[in-house]
Design a protein around this ligand. Structure first.
Ligand SMILES: NC(=O)c1ccc[n+]([C@@H]2O[C@H](COP(=O)([O-])OP(=O)(O)OC[C@H]3O[C@@H](n4cnc5c(N)ncnc54)[C@H](O)[C@@H]3O)[C@@H](O)[C@H]2O)c1
Length: 373
């Protein structure tokens, strides 16, 4: 069983699992929630509240086992702490999973039961959408809890977060382009996008407007046709293998996690990898392999933070312009990280981790200064 308390407490047999959690001390809090009548089985994990309440979405997924769900929520909540820190938000990292097939078991009662558990944490965890949950679901959760974001626009929410996710990925890509080719413009560059769903198809819009040539691949014919109807000049690869082995300047994974491994590094002609998918690297160590092949990898949690920036803004009464201005900063942060990686002789993923950890330590420390409530 995966340990939730990290290597200090877990004991030697759990050290390998705990080290996957990425740091001494592990998570602050992990809560198992059950409501038998509605069928709710959920796990909420809070990795860190050093910068503020842990914000992260609720993944509704038919996990094979409870331990698979636990491993996922532990990894995802840690990643949120790093993502929120790098995005400059006053928010820590948390995440939740609901076990089950959302198409079969999602009901009003289940979502409201879940909302009561979120509320019971008193604001230490703020939830939002993730795979299997939508803004309409957050509207329902919000009937039981104040600590919900990513609601629909008519309910005061920020709406579909993929708008600023795609915008932020584009900013990260511009920073990579400047780093490699000396200009933030993608004009004349060829960008291969894997997955043209909510994030990917909006990214195509930005790239076409900037003058890039775009090649796409998706397992959904409908997704491909939607893009082609809007942008007839975009070409379609017949398979993922064809996409990544074609002549590209930038490869942009915007579908599932784990898309990038040693084989990708071998076959890729692209000098840059920058996309919206979460957890793009198949396993630790791939970032070094990419660097050794001269490929600049923009860490996913750095460049895909536009979505969390969008829903975090809702906590202050949503302003799209304010959120977009904040997401624009992904350009500067990416430049900073690429420069630090070069200066320190480490892959950008390592430089990004270091910057996030420094902000968590420096700003989190300030809470040690006593203030009377
Ligand atoms: N939506 C957001 O705001 C947001 C924020 C941060 C990160 N992300 C991440 O970005 C990625 C895409 O999210 P989305 O919201 O666009 O999801 P989505 O479900 O709208 O789109 C995913 C697309 O990928 C396609 N796809 C699935 N498997 C594929 C495969 N094996 N090869 C090629 N295409 C495949 C699907 O057909 C779909 O068109 C996910 O990894 C998600 O976790 C999304």
């Amino acid at each position: 069983m995966t340990s939730v308390f990290g290597p200090d407490v877990a004991g030697a047999e759990d050290a390998a699992a705990a080290s996957a959690l990425g740091g001494p001390g592990g998570h602050e809090e992990v809560v198992f929630c059950q409501d038998r009548q509605s069928g709710l089985r959920a796990i909420i994990a809070i990795y860190s509240t050093a910068l503020g309440p842990g914000l992260g979405g609720t993944r509704f997924y038919p996990y094979q086992s409870e331990s698979a769900a636990l491993a996922d929520v532990l990894n995802l909540s840690r990643a949120m702490a790093y993502k929120n820190a790098l995005a400059g938000l006053d928010l820590g990292g948390g995440k939740a999973v609901i076990i089950g097939d959302p198409d079969l078991v999602k009901t009003e009662a289940l979502l409201r039961a879940y909302g009561r558990f979120v509320e019971s944490l008193g604001g230490r965890y703020i939830t939002a959408c993730d795979i299997g949950t939508y803004s309409e679901d957050m509207d329902i959760v919000a009937r039981e809890s104040r600590f919900v974001t990513g609601r629909t626009i008519p309910n005061g929410g920020a709406g579909d977060s993929s708008v600023l996710t795609a915008f932020g990925v584009f900013q990260g890509m511009r920073a990579c382009a400047e780093h490699v080719w000396g200009s933030t413009s993608l004009d004349g560059k060829t960008v291969g996008i894997e997955g043209v769903g909510k994030v990917g198809h909006r990214l195509v819009d930005h790239l076409v407007a900037d003058g890039a040539r775009v090649v796409i691949f998706d397992t959904s014919q409908a997704a491909l046709e939607r893009v082609q109807a809007q942008h007839p000049a975009v070409s379609v690869a017949a398979s993922r293998a064809e996409l990544i082995s074609s002549q590209l300047d930038v490869y942009s994974p915007c579908a599932l996690g784990g898309a990038v491994d040693e084989t990708t590094a071998e076959v890729l002609s692209a000098r840059v990898i920058c996309g919206g998918a979460n957890n793009q690297l198949a396993h630790p160590g791939v970032e070094k392999v990419l660097s050794d092949h001269g490929i600049v990898y923009a860490p996913d949690y750095l460049v895909n933070a536009g979505g969390v920036i969008q829903v975090a803004d809702e906590l202050h009464g949503f302003s799209f312009d304010r959120a977009k201005a904040k997401a624009s900063q992904i350009l500067a942060t990416t430049k900073q990280i690429l420069a630090a990686a070069d200066a320190d002789g480490v892959p950008p993923a390592v430089a990004a981790d270091r910057l996030a950890e420094r902000r968590i330590a420096e700003i989190g420390r300030l809470r040690g200064i006593y203030l009377r409530q």
